[in-house]
Design a binder for this molecule. Structure first.
Ligand SMILES: [Zn+2]
Ligand SMILES: [Zn+2]
Length: 252
């Protein structure tokens, strides 16, 4: 299917993701999380989840990914629960480069690699590299337009989806409140560009409990375009795995 301007769209999907999955769960391999993978597995089983994606933070210099994957893939099987893997990396710059080790990117989807890379907007992917929220706010105060900032973010995210091939968009737009913007500043064209890239590359997009994003407008528009929305807690503690206080109360 396609829109009148030729943008690829898929069949419509639900605007509220299934809460039987948690597609973004951190373990002690991330230095800011406290639970071991086996504790997250047990929590996922207790919560009655059918899918859990175990994910930890990486940078280009990270070396622990083989041991992380060995631990996760060595977990005891739980009936009815599928365990997926991933690494979370920030989008570095406007070219869509991501802050992950090249050998990890090369091994994506292989038995010796993670299933997917979670693309994170922890900083603004600028033309010359990542801009911190503070730097971004300073440049906006000096005259950079909000629409140009959003262009950078959207263009880099679209390019990262295509470059990585096996991505998942983590907490889309979580950066915006940190730079004084909101999803109301995002144009329909930007939403549609993200949707087209997600559909074309088969990239799932998170609805993230921790960051409470994206909002209803993006979710509805993306679902109508055929984007696969997946639920995630971004848990850094096993007690939060599969716990959806905000997401569970959403109408759509
Ligand atoms: Zn993140
Ligand atoms: Zn995370």
């Amino acid at each position: 299917m396609s829109t009148p301007d030729g943008t690829a769209v898929g069949p419509a999907r639900p605007a509220r993701p299934s809460l039987t999955g948690d597609h973004h769960v951190h373990s002690t391999f991330s230095d800011d999380a406290v639970s071991a993978p086996v504790e997250n597995l047990e929590a996922a089983a207790r919560a009655g989840l059918r899918t859990v994606r175990m994910v930890d933070h990486v940078r280009v210099s990270t070396t622990y990914v083989p041991s992380f994957l060995a631990v996760v893939r060595g977990l005891p099987p739980v009936d009815g629960l599928t365990v997926l893997t991933g690494v979370e990396a920030k989008i570095l710059d406007a070219s869509g480069a991501v802050d992950a080790p090249p050998e990890v990117l090369a091994a994506l989807g292989r038995p010796d690699g993670p299933d997917r890379v979670l693309l994170a907007d922890h900083q603004l992917p600028g033309p010359d590299g990542p801009w911190s929220p503070r730097t971004t706010r300073e440049r906006m105060a000096a005259g950079l337009a909000a629409s140009d900032v959003l262009d950078l973010l959207v263009t880099a995210t679209v390019r990262a989806m295509h470059r990585v091939g096996r991505a998942q968009v983590a907490h889309p737009f979580s950066l915006l409140p940190k730079i004084g913007l909101s999803e109301d500043d995002v144009s329909d064209e930007h939403l549609d560009a993200l949707a087209a890239a997600a559909v074309a590359t088969g990239t799932p997009v998170e609805v993230n409990e921790k960051w409470r994003c994206p909002g209803p407008r993006a979710r509805t528009r993306w679902a109508a375009a055929g984007v696969e929305l997946v639920a995630s807690t971004d848990a850094h503690h096993a007690g939060d795995v599969g716990t959806y206080r905000w997401l569970g109360a959403l109408d759509a």
